[in-house]
Design a protein around this ligand. Structure first.
Ligand SMILES: Cc1ncc(COP(=O)(O)O)c(C=O)c1O
Length: 339
């Protein structure tokens, strides 16, 4: 099968496995796994922030961050298609008791004016708006890279209103290789950043939460409370170190493969529209939305896996386990489909 459902489906290659097998380990709950500590220091240094915390998943790093930034009864501003809202099991409400104010345009962006207009007045009737959370790249909107000047303008609004500013950067490295900014630009702009090692970077497991020393101290407490304290996690951290050193620059190859898929899909009669392909995600709408399940089933029969996002929207994601040749095969299959 050619699996384009997500970039989370990759399996560790020989180099990564070797790094994992030779990792020095200790008990990370006690703070003495040397490989976890090295990964955390390396990531904090890359982003120019004081500290980092290695966690099992991006959902956990996001939810920990929201929990540290807010108190029950507070409100979080995020995009209507944000992973923290759509795909984290209602965790903002369940874990932190916070409500959500949705904003944003269909291409995954939010303007600073919209953020400013979404902040509740300081009034006992209203939830206290306490956090703005962005997502870069935006998953459900087609891997869009946010414009950095727009991010800075939102950061300014957040600062003026004494709100926290969090980034779900599950695929931030995909944005970094396509734009002029560095990891340090992001580290200097957000109060907290979640990055995933288990997406385009190809690790089996793992995400990092980045922030100030005080923020990460508190985050460690929340991670323990959620059951995310782990022991000899150095085996997994070693994969993370390998990925940061070997798998970042190559992301541009995944983007080229996604552009090729996008071009192919754009010329098919069954495609109604396709989100501009900027990174490794291709989101497109079928002219006949009701045929989405039949389309996926037809593709599966021919050996290609993709996923439905609902209402006739479909998604394909490129990654390091899908070759250029496999993408050409998929293009042939897509060109042969008659709906
Ligand atoms: C944008 C975004 N944020 C967060 C996550 C959560 O990551 P995890 O699956 O590791 O919980 C995902 C997962 O696909 C994602 O796409």
């Amino acid at each position: 099968m050619i699996d384009l459902r997500s970039d989370t489906v990759t399996r560790p290659g020989a180099g990564m496995l070797e790094a994992m097998m030779s990792a020095a380990v200790g008990d990370d709950v006690l703070g003495d796994d040397p490989t976890v500590n090295r990964l955390q220091e390396q990531a904090a240094d890359l982003f120019g922030v004081e500290a980092a915390l290695f966690c099992p998943s991006g959902t956990m790093t996001n939810q920990i961050a929201i929990n540290v930034h807010t108190r029950p009864g507070d409100e979080v501003i995020c995009h209507s298609q944000a992973h923290i809202y759509v795909y984290e099991g209602g965790g903002i409400m369940a874990n932190s008791g916070a409500s959500v104010r949705l904003a944003g345009t269909p291409d995954g962006r939010i303007t600073s004016a919209e953020v400013a207009a979404s902040i509740n007045p300081d009034d006992v009737h209203a939830a206290r708006t306490r956090l703005v959370a962005l997502e870069n790249t935006n998953n459900r909107c087609g891997g869009t890279c946010l414009d950095f000047s727009g991010i800075e303008a939102i950061g300014e609004v957040a600062r003026q209103h004494r709100m926290g500013f969090h980034l779900d950067g599950a695929r931030l490295f995909n944005a970094l290789v396509e734009t002029d900014q560095t990891a340090r630009d992001y580290g200097a702009t957000f109060d907290s950043i979640s990055i995933c090692l288990s997406k385009g970077l190809g690790c089996p497991v793992g995400s990092l939460l980045l922030g100030s020393r005080d923020f990460i101290h508190e985050a460690r407490r929340v991670r323990k409370r959620l059951g995310g304290g782990w022991r000899q996690a150095g085996l997994l951290a070693a994969a993370g170190i390998y990925a940061l050193e070997n798998n970042v620059e190559r992301l541009v190859e995944d983007h080229a493969k996604a552009r090729r898929l996008g071009e192919c899909l754009a010329s098919q009669p069954y495609t109604a529209s396709i989100a501009p392909v900027q990174t490794n995600i291709v989101v497109f709408d079928l002219a006949e939305p009701a045929l989405d399940s039949a389309f996926i089933a037809g593709l599966t029969d021919k050996g290609v896996l993709a996923i439905k996002l609902g209402q006739g929207k479909l998604r394909m994601v490129t990654h390091l386990d899908v070759s250029v040749e496999a993408i050409e095969q998929v293009c042939d299959i897509l060109s042969g489909i008659r709906l």
